[in-house]
Design a protein around this ligand. Sequence first.
Ligand SMILES: Nc1ncnc2c1ncn2[C@@H]1O[C@H](COP(=O)(O)OP(=O)(O)OP(=O)(O)O)[C@@H](O)[C@H]1O
Length: 266
Amino acid sequence: MNSSAEHKAPAAREEVIRIRGLYKSFEERTILSGVDLSLYRGENLVVLGRSGTGKSVLIKCIIRLIQSDAGRIEVLGKNVPELDKDGLTLLRRQVGFSFQMSALYDSMTIRENLEFPLKRNLDIHDPKILNEKVMESLADVGLERTVNQYPAELSGGMKKRIGIARTLILQPEIMLYDEPTAGLDPITSEEINQLMVEVQRKYGTSSIIITHDITCAKTTADRVVFLHEGEVGYNGPFEGLLTTQNPLLSTFMEYYNLKEHERARE
Ligand SMILES: Nc1ncnc2c1ncn2[C@@H]1O[C@H](COP(=O)(O)OP(=O)(O)OP(=O)(O)O)[C@@H](O)[C@H]1O
């Protein structure tokens, strides 16, 4: 005899981002042509794709740095294209955006860079609270010692980590990482990959990670979406990429397999 518990359907996964039929063109050029994509609570979703396929445009539409042409972009239940000014301010507090460049202010120390969003976005001015939050977010990225330094004194990888700390300091529910490992050597890239996994573990953050770095996808992804010519060409686990017969992905994966082979020979 079946108990009632056995009849229960598995709990539906909560979509913190739900995109349906997203279109974006610049003049005559269509960049996104009907993208459907979901981000589930607590997952790391990697969006892979070749340069210029519209990965950055996609995440900029999510926080309306770019206005989409058509489609729904629901973030935490709100349709982004319809948000008013207050709604947009709240959205940008809930969704952290880590830029391709770390976008730190060169004239400010690391402490001042990290205090800036706390003062501006959360209206926190108490020096004790500011200090606690700054030191905690620096500890999250393992760079407490840099607190009084200027960005110019740090390596590219350190600046990237500080940029992530500056986004995390507002404790966003969702993180959007734009090419987090771009321009970094393989060891520093791996540190950033591990950092993104730790952020997910420690804070339960839901994240979209935009990249064309397959090693980054392998380390960080719970699920991968492959964007090709403005559409989703693959949606599934990373392992599925290695066996897929999808011709769109073959060139991409052949290159990856070649690199792995070279690494194994070294
Ligand atoms: N504001 C804009 N105005 C006009 N064209 C734009 C704008 N933003 C992006 N594009 C164009 O849209 C296309 C997709 O750009 P996007 O930056 O999203 O690519 P990507 O997939 O993130 O690649 P990459 O890894 O090179 O950044 C590019 O051809 C780019 O030139």
